[in-house]
Design a protein around this ligand. Structure first.
Ligand code: JFZ
Length: 488
């Protein structure tokens, strides 16, 4: 953008901010009227999708976890490198910008990889905590438009749409670049200068918020329909309306993108799915005025959460942003079984890749995604548009469920540990006309329904060592046998 535009825009930003200072103190009203049925219709594609790809990519990607020629760490999030080395934004940008060199066509590689893996959506970082925006922004000079004369958001969105994928924007409300971001409000949110005075004397957080809202407005206005907005993140001591004018943000986004699905991270209160700080502090509740789904990070909840939409996000090694030092890769088997485990609990899996500074995807991630593709090609029907298992626990694996026409039920039995005696047992009184078959080959297998269990006679060898899926169908809803605990 031009110098004149900068002046005009900052004046507008200042005026907007001035007018809204008082407003930030009072909670905004509920964001909209939406009936439960309308909400179900809006959430439908997301609930059926089950599997998405997360992408952390920005200036930090070129630094690759290295500062002053040395590894900053061999594990942990290297998208935090600026904070880890306590660099001011000028020093960080000076070192990182020359190493961030998106190659032509990088986005097509991501999109094809996600599509091939069986992902139905991709969420990528439009701005991470370092503050560098990947679109061409008129309210910022710390953006791909100003620095690279490219609109990377447009390139990525176009590539995802070409593969028929849904599009999500991860956007950080934390900002380590903006000179009006008042980091002293929170002891819990990270900032490279935390505990130090503002280098520029006073700051006016309302002006930062005008900038944040301005960038979000651009992202919601200039890229066609956006399917997901993935906010990140808030602390108990700084969150919601006070910290981000969160309700105003949600309202503005929804007025531009009525069908969008948003997460809960503009808030950090129990009603928004958080019980405190730390990635394991989740509470199984969400008042829809705070967002549409909750976001367990790097772990899979022990049980499903009926009535609450949730998505586990996870890295394939231990970092979100690329690190050349992190070798702690999870096996494809672990990752695929994670997706199955999550689907069996009624959640979504958002699995991360951290491309390098030129946008290339690490080989280990390419391999894992290809393994997903091979498994999903055969067994995707046991994941998409299924609901949580009716069983509490199954010794040999997991179960997902589908309602069929005429009140019939289909259970997908995902066998991790192949029974040595060739007999798969379920605590179920299967309804009438029960039949079972191997999903991969459609080969029928015998089902026996007893008084306390249903058993299925399996072939001798497991056809798929990651998970073999057996489809079991019967009339009516599942009648699960609950053995009363001893002494009761
Ligand atoms: C956040 C980011 O900081 C991280 O870089 C990555 O983008 C991830 C998906 O989201 O990670 C968090 C968020 C919250 C906490 C910790 C890490 N927390 O509350 O402790």
């Amino acid at each position: 953008m031009t110098a004149r535009n900068i002046l005009v825009n900052s004046c507008i930003a200042f005026m907007l901010a001035g007018g809204r200072l008082a407003e930030a103190q009072t909670p905004a009203p509920a964001t909209r009227d939406e009936t439960p049925a309308q909400r179900d219709a809006r959430m439908r594609w997301w609930r059926e999708a089950r599997f998405g790809m997360f992408v952390h990519w920005g200036l930090y990607s070129g630094l690759a976890g290295t500062w002053d020629g040395k590894p900053v760490a061999t594990s942990g999030g290297m998208e935090w490198i600026q904070q880890r080395v306590k660099a001011d934004t000028g020093t960080y940008a000076e070192r990182a910008i020359p190493l961030f060199k998106p190659k032509p066509g990088f986005a097509r590689e991501w999109a094809r990889l996600a599509k091939e893996a069986g992902c139905r959506y991709v969420v990528f970082t439009t701005k991470h905590h370092d503050g560098f925006a990947l679109h061409d922004s008129k309210v910022s000079e710390y953006d791909a438009g100003s620095v690279l004369q490219r609109d990377l958001v447009r390139e990525i969105v176009d590539a995802l749409h070409a593969e028929g994928l849904r599009v999500g924007f991860y956007h950080s409300v934390i900002d380590w670049h903006h000179d009006q971001y008042e980091y002293a409000h929170s002891k819990q949110l990270p900032h490279p200068l935390l505990g130090k005075p503002y280098p520029n004397g006073q700051r006016d957080h309302a002006r930062y918020l005008a900038y944040l809202h301005g960038e979000v407005n651009e992202l919601m206005s200039n890229y066609g329909p956006v399917d997901i907005l993935w906010w990140d993140y808030s602390a108990v001591d700084f969150q919601g309306q006070e910290a981000w004018r969160a309700f105003d943000l949600l309202n503005a986004v929804r007025s531009k993108q009525p069908a969008i699905v948003m997460n809960n991270r503009l808030f950090r209160i129990p009603e928004a799915g958080f019980s405190g700080m730390g990635t394991s502090a989740i509470s199984a509740q969400l008042d829809p005025k705070h967002g549409d789904f909750i976001t367990p990070e790097q772990h899979i909840p022990a049980t499903g959460m009926p009535g609450v939409d949730w998505e586990t996000c996870m890295t394939m090694n231990t970092t979100w942003g690329y690190s050349e030092h992190d070798k702690k890769w999870k096996s494809p088997e672990t990752l695929i079984r994670n997706l199955i485990d999550i689907a069996s609990k009624g959640g979504n899996y958002l699995l991360n890749i951290g491309p390098t500074g030129d946008g290339s995807v690490p080989q280990e991630s390419v391999q894992a995604m290809k393994a997903f593709g091979a498994w999903m090609k055969v067994n995707g029907g046991a994941i998409y548009a299924t609901t949580a298992s009716p069983f509490e626990n199954l010794a040999w694996g997991r179960c997902t469920r589908q309602r069929l026409a005429g009140g019939r039920t289909r259970l997908y039995l995902h066998v991790f540990d192949w029974p040595k005696d060739g007999k798969l047992t379920l605590p179920l009184l299967a309804g009438g006309h029960a039949r079972a078959r191997l999903m991969a080959t459609a080969q029928s297998i015998p089902v026996t329904t007893g008084k306390l269990e249903t058993s299925i006679a399996l072939p001798k060898e497991a056809p798929d060592r990651i998970a073999t899926v057996i489809e079991l169908e019967f009339d009516g809803a599942p009648n699960v046998v609950k053995l009363s605990p001893p002494g009761k």
